[in-house]
Every structure is written in C-alpha cells, then in structure tokens.
Design a protein. Structure first.
Length: 277
C-alpha cells in the first residue's frame, strides 16, 4: 500500500514537471516566433519608408509594436511610426501617435525626443498666425515644457530658438491689428496694441516700429509729452534705426502729421471751391 502511494506521488510529480517543461518550451517558441515577426515587420517598415511609402511604413511599425509589445523594440517602433508621419507632413497623424507614445512609454529614454517632435507638429501647423493662434500657442506651451523638463538637452536649445520665432509671430499679430485700428482712426485702440508689442515682445524685430508708431499716434492726438517720451526711448535704444529718424522728423517744426495734412487739404479744397463759385 505504501509502495503504491509512493509510486502515485512520483507519477504525478513526473507528469507535472513534464507538462511544465513542454509549456515552457512552447512559450519560448511562441515568443521567439513573435520576436522574429516583429523584426521582420520593423525591417519591412524601414525599407518601405526609404522607398517613400509613409502610410504603409507607419502601419508596419505599428504592427511590429503590437506583435511583441514587451520587447525593447516596441517603443522604438511606435516612435518610428510617429516620425514617418511627421516626415511626410502628416502632422495630425504624427500628433496622435506621439501622444499615445508619451502616455504608453513615459519612462522611455526617447521621451524627450517624443515631446520635442510633438512640439514641432504644432509648430509646423502654424499657417496664418493672424487668424488662428491655436497651433502657435500649443507649440509655445510644449517648447516651454521641454525647456523646463529637459533643460540639458539639444531639444531645449532648439526649443529656445523656436520660442523666439513664436514671439515674433505673436508680435506680428499685434502689429497687424494695431495697423488696422490706425487706418480706421481708432487711435486709442491702436496705441494699446502697439504698447503691447513694446511691453510684452520687446525682444522681437517689431519693437522699433511699434515705438515709432506710438510717437506718431501720441503726437497726432495732441499728447506731445507722451510722444516725446517714446521718441526718447526709441532714440536711447535704437538711435541708428530708420524708425528713429522718422520719429525725429515728427518734432521738426516743418513736420505735419497725416491728420493735419488731411485737414489742410480739406481746407484748401474748400477755398478752391469758393473761388470757383
């Protein structure tokens, strides 16, 4: 009886170990097959990308990621899919892939690059900053995020350059609106816009003209002291500027504002009509 019990115990142990061994081998075979399939899909994606088929390449990279998600190559495949879309100007598709990558692989060593590429997607979507500020503001926010979170990277350095350009874009929008108000003779509204450029975008290429326009506008509405103040500010910082030369002429005794010239023309026309009548 004891012998039978011992035999049964050994039988079940042997059976269990044999089955486990078979399952482990089968599991290894499946993993090896999945890894080989993933490598083939990745290579195919890379080859077709070089041939110029971005859509199919991105699908193959996505396929490679799904075939063996626990592999270290999975995040690389996901990032390649995003890059392929970006390289062919499919910015909305690239944006979707990058957002998924950032959420799925937050610990990836390539996470800083993913954030930078996402910022570039927003940046490249800037078509007309005077009408649509959405992509521009998204790019600005993401570039600031990169500088704050990845300060010692090349991406942070490039982000700084891009932010300077974004400041120019934003300043140009203010200048456009200010000029529009100026043409409509809405002097105060125009002044406020030019002051925004001077106060918020002082490092942009537009600040010199904005200062001159303030000199011109304040002179036009009769606030000569304010006009002089901005002229002094312009002269102190940009004495060699063409805009300073224009502002300097305003305080010349022979200078007459556009408003004054229009009044004179109207007056002359009235006198001329009287002579004819």
């Amino acid at each position: 009886m004891n012998f039978l019990k011992i035999f049964l115990i050994f039988f079940f142990i042997s059976f269990f170990l044999t089955n486990c061994s078979k399952k482990e081998k089968a599991s290894l075979i499946v993993e090896e097959d999945a890894e080989l399939q993933m490598i083939r899909a990745f290579k195919e994606g890379y080859d077709v990308f070089r041939d110029g088929d971005a859509i199919y390449a991105a699908k193959k990279f996505n396929e490679a990621e799904l075939l063996f998600p626990q592999s270290s190559w999975a995040p690389k495949a996901a990032l390649m899919a995003a890059y392929v879309y970006y390289s062919q100007d499919y910015y909305f598709d690239a944006e979707a892939e990058l957002k998924r990558f950032i959420k799925t692989y937050p610990k990836s060593p390539d996470i800083s690059y993913a954030h930078f590429l996402l910022a570039m997607c927003y940046y490249e979507k800037i078509v007309d900053e005077k009408k649509d500020l959405g992509p521009l503001l998204q790019a600005q926010e993401k570039f600031n995020f990169i500088i704050k979170n990845f300060p010692n990277t090349d991406y942070a350095l490039d982000a700084g350059y891009k932010l300077d350009l974004i400041q120019d874009y934003l300043a140009s929008k203010e200048m456009y609106i200010a000029s529009h108000y100026m043409k409509k003779k809405k002097w105060i509204a125009s002044i406020n816009r030019y002051k925004t450029v001077v106060e918020q975008y002082e490092k942009t290429i537009y600040v010199e003209e904005a200062l001159h326009r303030l000199v011109e506008l304040y002179f036009t509405i009769g606030l000569k002291d304010e006009s002089q103040r901005y002229a002094s500010l312009l002269g102190y910082n940009y004495q060699s500027s063409k805009w300073y030369e224009k502002s300097y002429k305003i305080f010349n005794k022979e200078y007459k504002s556009k408003l004054e010239l229009k009044k004179e023309k109207k007056s002359m026309l009235k006198k001329f009509k009287k002579l004819i009548d």
